[in-house]
Design a protein around this ligand. Structure first.
Ligand SMILES: Nc1ncnc2c1ncn2[C@@H]1O[C@H](COP(=O)(O)OP(=O)(O)OP(=O)(O)O)[C@@H](O)[C@H]1O
Ligand SMILES: [Mg+2]
Length: 267
């Protein structure tokens, strides 16, 4: 081989190495993408909830009744068996029981995330499966066990999903009632503070108080509290408890609590 040929061979070689590493990178990316695509396909194929059909029903003054309900998430693993109860208008119904007993599941059924396998849920004389879903959920407030906070501002988290426009005063007002005004006003941008992905920049107790403020703002006919004060210190718990008592006034309330002190006053 002449010296010139050797040099050109080496130069071609270095030029080829780059594309080859790129090619292996490409196949790695493609494998990743096909994984995510499969997941997206799965979601796109899920049946959509029917938000529009069904009649609108006003929930106030009506008794909510759960009638001999059976439910299982997976075949052969019954979670609820023959559950019946009634929540008369403007009363407080409390749920207590062991962890994993199915309390949050009952709330899931009432929100109509799932349908009972047997039995029915009724509001007044109407079976809820015939009620318009948007209408139904707009009248129910749920403070869930793992307070759902999304990336965005505090303002966004208080008002998402709600139709009306809210003034800052209204928002501060509900924050105050939920004992959340102090920590929000201490934040750099107040109501416009970004809470981070899944609310990582606010603590568990703060998240819970934001969820309660949200419930105040919605002013629901039926209020469901799932361990709403579980991750608060005893002082803020007392304050929030007082605020909740105000909120429970004039509406049907369902509470889940492990600490019996929170539900001694229930009907
Ligand atoms: N989405 C789901 N898919 C399958 N199984 C579930 C699902 N959610 C809950 N379960 C199961 O249902 C049972 C009841 O759960 P649930 O969350 O209703 O309990 P809980 O009474 O609220 O308990 P805790 O007091 O700990 O909150 C549990 O055994 C749980 O494993
Ligand atoms: Mg639960």
């Amino acid at each position: 081989m002449t010296f010139g040929t050797l040099i050109s061979f080496l130069m071609y070689l270095t030029q080829m190495i780059g594309p080859f590493t790129q090619m292996s990178q490409f196949f790695t990316d493609m494998a990743k993408t096909s994984g995510s695509t499969a997941r997206i396909q799965e979601m796109l194929q899920m049946p959509e909830e029917d938000q529009t059909s069904g009649e609108s029903v006003a929930l106030d003054g009506k008794t909510l009744a759960v009638d001999h309900v059976d439910f299982e998430y997976e075949k052969g693993q019954p979670i609820l068996q023959d559950v019946s109860f009634e929540a008369k208008p403007n009363t407080v119904v409390a749920f207590a029981g062991p962890s994993g007993g199915g309390k949050s599941t009952i709330f899931g059924l009432l929100e109509r995330y799932y349908n009972p396998d047997k039995g029915e849920i009724k509001i007044g004389d109407t079976t809820v499966t015939g009620v318009n879903l948007t209408n139904w959920r707009s009248q129910i407030g749920l403070v869930s066990q793992d307070a759902a906070i999304m990336a965005g501002t505090i303002r966004y988290n208080l008002t998402y999903g709600l139709d009306g426009e809210y003034t800052d005063d209204q928002l501060w007002n509900v924050l105050e009632m939920a004992y959340a005004k102090d920590f929000v006003s201490d934040m750099p941008d107040g109501l416009d503070t970004q809470v981070g992905e899944r609310g990582v920049k606010v603590s568990g107790g703060q998240r819970q108080r934001l969820a309660i403020a949200r419930a105040f703002l919605r002013d629901p006919k039926i209020l469901m509290l799932d361990e709403a004060t579980a991750s608060l210190d005893s002082e803020s718990e007392m304050m929030v408890q007082k605020a909740l008592e105000k909120l429970m006034h004039n509406r049907t309330t369902l509470v889940i609590a492990h600490r019996l002190s929170t539900i001694v006053d229930a009907d």
